[in-house]
Design a protein around this ligand. Sequence first.
Ligand code: SAH
Length: 216
Amino acid sequence: MGDDPETAERKMRFLFALRQRGVTDPRVLEAMERIDRGEFVRGHFEDRAYDDTPLPIPCGQTISQPSVVGLMTQALEVGPRDKVLEIGTGSGYQAAVLSLLCRRVYTIDRHRRLVAEAETLFRDLGLPNITPLVADGSRGLPEQAPFDRIMVTAAAEDPPGPLLAQLKIGGIMVVPVGQSDAVQTLIRVRRGEDGFEYDELRQVRFVPLVEGLGQT
Ligand code: SAH
């Protein structure tokens, strides 16, 4: 079904804003054109779904700013055969974008409600290669490790040890680090034969990575 002219225009602006903010990888842009952010934003924030801004989602969490989703996805250098782990399912938007670029996405959240809603969306949108799970993501997912790529979408003080351990040699992890109530630094970790290499990408602001399961 086609969009009404206003929505079509908003979607054009959305892609333009991504390019302007440095999302240049054509595969990432194509994935973000295909996954409609409007499906992942509910209630009275719906009409801001195509703005380049984070928005509230249930359980006091946020769907990330689209340009940050694009830049993080780009920094992860995902390939079509990769097995990817995402910590922080939230709305499911980031996982959906990743799912078009790789073989399988495991995505974990500590809130059951968010995982259940994302699972329904993935099914309705026909995205069969995403496995959403309720768990404490700071421990990773040992039963499916190692991973080619790991993306963390909640801020930790340091990259969690179990996640570093579950990254393949040659693998890449993108993670915001720093105090939860301050500006954090997005870092990219590459695992080589002889250890880990870190580079700082930009300043970001994410909700904190919290240990244990949520109440809902
Ligand atoms: N990637 C999401 C946005 C994530 S918001 C999107 O595309 O919409 C950060 C998410 O991390 C929240 O949903 C929060 O519940 C989750 N989170 C925080 N600590 C966690 C932990 N230890 N394990 C799993 N999920 C966690």
